[in-house]
Structure formats: structure tokens, C-alpha cells
Design a protein around this ligand. Structure first.
Ligand code: PHE
Length: 342
């Protein structure tokens, strides 16, 4: 019996089989246990010797079982350690880090510069209704500016006669929303995406503008000029920026001006503040009384200026990026070249 169990324990290679041996020998119905039970039928002398021998045998098998169990656990741990070994001295796998898109970078710069001048950030939806995008800005339904805007219209079901929503064609509807929400006085900028059906080297169907709006009791065109000059100095990081205010027309401002910046394109590289070229960067003017009225502000008491700057234009100018379309092609090599580290 001793031989049988000890060699079985020695041969076993997994814990489940070991447990079977334990049950077969020492379990309630195990061979040794049954023999123990037979002791009662023996004579006292027989019982003494057999009982002693059985106890010794039981202890011996028990000890062998325990030792084997510990050995199996050790072996399992060793195997796991071998399996899960890793070389901590190997060089790490490089993680590719992204960069900040030039448009995001410029938006942040522009927002920071205007924040220093006391402008808060306002927001509006990119899917805009016809009233905010046009009517409230004094662009009546038959106004030619509606055609000039190359508007994307949202689909309406057949028989639904309400005017369709549009993808906003400029950030100017945010002027209306901000004035309706906050009233006067107000000083906000609204950076964001705008959409027009247009595509060439300097136009993409989606692009970015930052709207500016300042309404007070006596805000004038002179304030507009100062704010824009300060902005350009800070943004292009040159003291001698020269701006040219060119009379223009927008339905929502009167008078209106487009603003050009003096620059030179010598040898294909752009320099701001010198040379004989002028580059248009924004539209602006004094907010039209009808616009104030539409936004619930009394034009006899309040007045102010508004402007709309092309952000992508600014990024092209400041960072010398020649083709606007590349901005939105998501080419990682381009982003790596023109992007900014976080
Ligand atoms: N909304 C005009 C545009 O998209 C720009 C503009 C804004 C002009 C504010 C005047 C005042 O072209």
C-alpha cells in the first residue's frame, strides 16, 4: 500500500491528479480510511500494531502529498515566470505625437490677443437659420448678397414651406445671437467654421472666421481702427504694421470698410509691414442701425463696430503656407511640417 501511493504521488504531474490520489487513499471512502474503520473488529493486540502502522502510513502519505503539492505550485510559478519574462532593457516603441493644426494655433493666438483687449468669446451654431444668417443682418430675401454667399442649404421635405436652414456663410449671425443674449454694452469675438460653395487655391468650402463686435454709447470707427492695428501688431509681431481702410459695402455695416495690410512678396517669401503690396484680411464697419434693432438694441442709444477676419488667411500669411486646400487634406506629412508641438 505504501509503495502504491508513494510512487503514484511521485509520478503525478498536475494538481487535479494529486487530489484524486489523496481521495483514493485518505478520503472518507479512501483505502486507508476504510482500513482504519476495520480496526474496531480486531483484537486489542492486532489493533495496536495495525493501528500504529496505519497511522504512520497515513502521515507518510499525507506528507508526500503536501510536499508534492508545494513542488507542483513551485513548478507552475517557474513556468509562469519563464512565460511572462520581458526584457526591460529593450528600447521603448516610439509613440507618434500629433501636432496642433495651424488653424487651431491661429484661433488660439487671435482669441488671446482679443482677450487682452477685453473681448469675451461668443458662440453660435454652424447650422443656422435663415433669419440669423441673413434677415437680422439686413440681408433681405431678394438681396443680391444672398446669391453672392454661395450658400449651402439644408434639405426640407417636400411640402415643407418653411425657409431652409443653412450652413452659416459667415460668423456674423453670432453678432445677433450675442446681442440678443447679452444686450448692450457688449464686446465679443466669435471664432468658428463657416461654409460657402467655393473651391480654389485660396478658397475651401469650409473655412474659418473670427467675428468681432463692440457696442457702447460712443464707440466709433476710430476705436475700430485702433483695435485692428493693435491686433495686427500683436499677431504678426511687427511694430510697423500699416493698414489701409478701403471703402466697401456690407448690408450689416454702414459705413463699411475692407482692410488691407501692407506687405511684400520678395523672393516668394512674405513680409508684413514693408513693400508695395496690399493683402486683404478682413471686412468691417459700424453696425447698421437695422441690425441693432433686429437684435433688440436701441440704435438711438447705442452704436459700435463689427469686423470679420479670415482665420485661414491669417495662418497662410503668418506661417507662409501657399495653398489653402492643404489645410484640410489631413496629410500627416503636411501637419508635421506646419503643425505646432503641443
Ligand atoms: N461677414 C462678412 C463676411 O463674411 C465680414 C464682415 C463682418 C464685414 C463684420 C463687416 C462686419 O465677408
Amino acid at each position: 500500500l505504501r509503495e502504491k501511493y508513494l510512487s503514484a504521488v511521485a509520478d503525478v504531474t498536475d494538481e487535479a491528479a494529486l487530489e484524486e490520489i489523496r481521495l483514493a487513499a485518505l478520503g472518507k471512502k479512501g483505502e486507508i480510511s476504510l482500513k482504519m474503520r476495520e480496526l474496531g473488529k480486531m483484537t486489542p493486540e492486532e489493533r495496536q500494531t495495525t493501528g500504529k502502522a496505519l497511522n504512520v502510513l497515513k502521515d507518510e502519505i499525507d506528507a508526500a502529498l503536501r510536499a508534492k503539492k508545494a513542488a507542483l505550485a513551485d513548478a507552475a510559478l517557474d513556468a509562469r515566470l519563464r512565460e511572462e519574462w520581458l526584457d526591460v532593457t529593450l528600447p521603448g516603441r516610439p509613440r507618434r505625437q500629433g501636432t496642433i493644426h495651424p488653424v487651431s494655433q491661429v484661433m488660439d493666438e487671435v482669441t488671446a490677443i482679443f482677450a487682452d483687449m477685453g473681448f469675451a468669446v461668443a458662440e453660435g451654431p454652424q447650422i443656422e437659420d435663415d433669419w440669423h444668417n441673413f434677415d437680422a443682418l439686413n440681408i433681405a430675401p431678394e438681396h443680391p448678397a444672398r446669391q453672392e454667399h454661395d450658400t449651402f442649404f439644408m434639405h426640407r421635405d417636400e411640402g415643407d414651406d418653411r425657409p431652409p436652414h443653412v450652413l452659416r456663410t459667415h460668423t456674423s449671425p453670432v453678432q445677433i445671437r450675442a446681442m440678443l443674449e447679452q444686450g448692450a454694452p457688449i464686446r465679443v469675438i466669435a471664432p468658428g467654421r463657416v461654409y460657402r460653395m467655393d473651391m480654389d487655391q485660396t478658397h475651401t468650402p469650409m473655412f474659418h472666421q473670427v467675428e468681432g463686435l463692440a457696442i457702447g454709447r460712443d464707440i466709433s470707427m476710430a476705436n475700430l481702427k485702433w483695435v485692428l492695428e493693435e491686433f495686427c501688431k500683436a499677431f504678426f509681431e511687427v511694430e510697423g504694421v500699416e493698414l489701409r481702410f478701403r471703402a466697401s459695402h456690407f448690408p450689416f455695416t454702414e459705413p463699411s470698410a475692407e482692410v488691407d495690410i501692407r506687405c511684400s512678396w520678395e523672393g516668394g517669401s512674405l513680409k508684413i509691414g514693408e513693400g508695395d503690396d496690399w493683402m486683404e484680411i478682413l471686412g468691417s464697419g459700424m453696425v447698421h442701425p437695422k441690425v441693432l434693432e433686429a437684435a433688440g438694441i436701441d440704435p438711438n442709444e447705442w452704436q459700435g463696430f463689427a469686423f470679420g477676419i479670415g482665420i485661414d488667411r491669417l495662418a497662410m500669411l503668418k506661417y507662409g503656407i501657399p495653398d489653402l486646400r492643404a489645410f484640410f487634406e489631413s496629410d500627416l506629412r503636411w501637419l508635421k511640417h506646419y503643425g505646432f508641438s503641443a
